[in-house]
Design a binder for this molecule. Structure first.
Ligand code: SF4
Ligand code: SF4
Ligand code: SF4
Length: 189
């Protein structure tokens, strides 16, 4: 079907209801292609496991059709999770970076890689390509994660202040020692 303002709007509306995990479980190469297929009538509304039953109900409401159970041929609905790289096991092969649809992994060839958890959709596409199985999924509890992040930020800030204080004190001490040495040298003239 050629893109018309009408079907573009419908695709946008459908896409807005999809979870944007970009996992491909629906058998399409991302959420937008699935939205296009639904709009064209070539895909059913129950093919998105991350969206689960709520997602299906939202799509059914939008399209004015009856909801139906998730088609488990496409996968099971699971709680939200994010990827985590066990860095000491990472060999820096870059395969996970290539697989990640949302650029949530940073690293360079032959160096360990890290997942930016705030960017990770939990799509799991990085798991299979990893030759050493050093990527695991961790469940996300938003409140806990937020609390953990702010607690971590506080700890890091305090550690930084304490390190800076120590460096300043060492600097003052070095300057005093230098001054005393200079005074002694002048007195010895
Ligand atoms: S299964 Fe759902 S979340 Fe995954 S790509 Fe398809 S529409 Fe997006
Ligand atoms: S880091 Fe892995 S799980 Fe997270 S978005 Fe990228 S490919 Fe998906
Ligand atoms: S695929 Fe695995 S080993 Fe390779 S860079 Fe990613 S985490 Fe490291």
């Amino acid at each position: 079907m050629p893109a018309s303002p009408e079907n573009s709007t419908l695709i946008d509306q459908i896409d807005a209801l999809l979870p944007q995990t970009q996992c491909g479980q629906c058998s399409f190469n991302g959420c937008r292609p699935y939205a296009e297929a639904i709009a064209l009538g070539v895909a059913d509304i129950n093919q998105c496991p991350p969206g689960g039953e709520q997602g299906i109900r939202d799509l059914a409401d939008l399209l004015g059709v009856a909801p139906k159970p998730l088609n488990i041929k496409f996968g099971q609905h699971k709680p939200a999770s994010v990827a985590f790289i066990i860095e000491q096991d990472c060999i820096g092969c870059v395969k996970c970076i290539v697989a990640c649809p949302v650029d949530a992994i940073v690293g360079a060839a032959k160096f360990m890689h890290t997942v930016i958890s705030s960017e990770c959709t939990g799509c799991e596409l990085c798991l299979a390509p990893c030759p050493v199985d050093c990527i695991i999924m961790k469940p996300v509890d938003n409140n806990t994660e937020r609390a953990q992040k702010s607690a971590q930020a506080k700890r890091r800030y305090e550690a930084r202040c304490s390190r800076k204080e120590k460096q300043d004190a060492e600097k003052v001490e070095r300057m005093q020692q230098k001054k005393q040495l200079l005074l002694k040298m002048q007195a010895g003239k």
